[in-house]
Each structure stands twice: as structure tokens, then as C-alpha cells.
Design a protein around this ligand. Structure first.
Ligand code: FEO
Length: 135
């Protein structure tokens, strides 16, 4: 059973962004699957780093689309992105030092970290981008 399953409630109606959110879902599902198979350190470390790298790429792409659409909530959204990246990067630093291990609690945190942001913060720009022809 996957940690995350895509459904229409996650769609922001902008294909490029939905595609990138799909990739983030896939990375979290890979992390979950590696943990469930007991493929601890060897796989989970690189997947966690991939999550941070791709999150960085996604946030930059999303901010550039919001800028193109002159979305009024851009500044506030960028602050939320910065906070989210810091949260995940802090976890990775602790993980790399061996201070924490990957467990269901951390995966639940990452799932909520992603889905709450998409459904509450990202969804707020959907109408603005679609109305500006970005979809
Ligand atoms: Fe899709 Fe604001 O991150």
C-alpha cells in the first residue's frame, strides 16, 4: 500500500505543477517502500536527499509561474517554501548524523508536510494562474 495516492483534490489545474507534485508523491512512496522492505540506510539516505533536491527545483519552478501570473500571494508563499525546505533539510542533517532514523512518524510528517501545503497553500494560486492562461 502506497503512502500517498493521487486524487483530484490535489490538482491545482496547472499541468506542469501537477506533474511535479506527482514526482514528489513518487519520491515519498519510494521512501516508504524502501523503509517497509528494510532497505534502511543504503537507500533511504539518497532518497531523502532526492526529496530535498527535487523540492528545491519544484519550489523555484512554482515561484516563477506565480511571478509570471503576478500572483499577489507570491511573497507569502515564498516564505512558506523557505520554512518547508528548512524543515526537511533539518531532518536530513539529523538523519545524516545518525541522530534520527527513518520511521513511520517521520514519513507521516513528510506526507502531511507535502499534502497540507498542496491543498491549502498551493491551491490558493490555482484560479489566478488558470485565469492568466497558465495551465
Ligand atoms: Fe507546490 Fe508551493 O509547492
Amino acid at each position: 500500500m502506497a503512502l500517498l495516492t493521487w486524487n483530484s483534490s490535489y490538482s491545482v489545474k496547472v499541468q506542469k505543477i501537477d506533474d511535479q507534485h506527482h514526482v514528489l508523491f513518487d519520491i515519498l512512496n519510494d521512501l516508504h517502500s524502501a523503509m517497509m522492505k528494510g532497505q534502511a540506510q543504503s537507500l533511504t539516505g539518497p532518497i531523502l536527499h532526492k526529496l530535498a533536491d527535487y523540492t528545491h527545483t519544484h519550489f523555484a519552478a512554482e515561484e516563477s509561474l506565480m511571478f509570471a501570473a503576478r500572483y499577489p500571494g507570491l511573497a507569502e508563499h515564498k516564505i512558506k517554501h523557505k520554512d518547508l525546505l528548512k524543515q526537511v533539510e533539518d531532518y536530513i542533517i539529523q538523519y545524516d548524523k545518525g541522530e534520527i532514523t527513518l520511521n513511520l512518524k517521520l514519513l507521516d510528517f513528510l506526507r502531511d508536510w507535502l499534502t497540507n501545503h498542496i491543498q491549502k497553500v498551493d491551491m490558493a494560486y490555482s484560479e489566478c494562474l488558470v485565469m492568466k492562461g497558465i495551465h
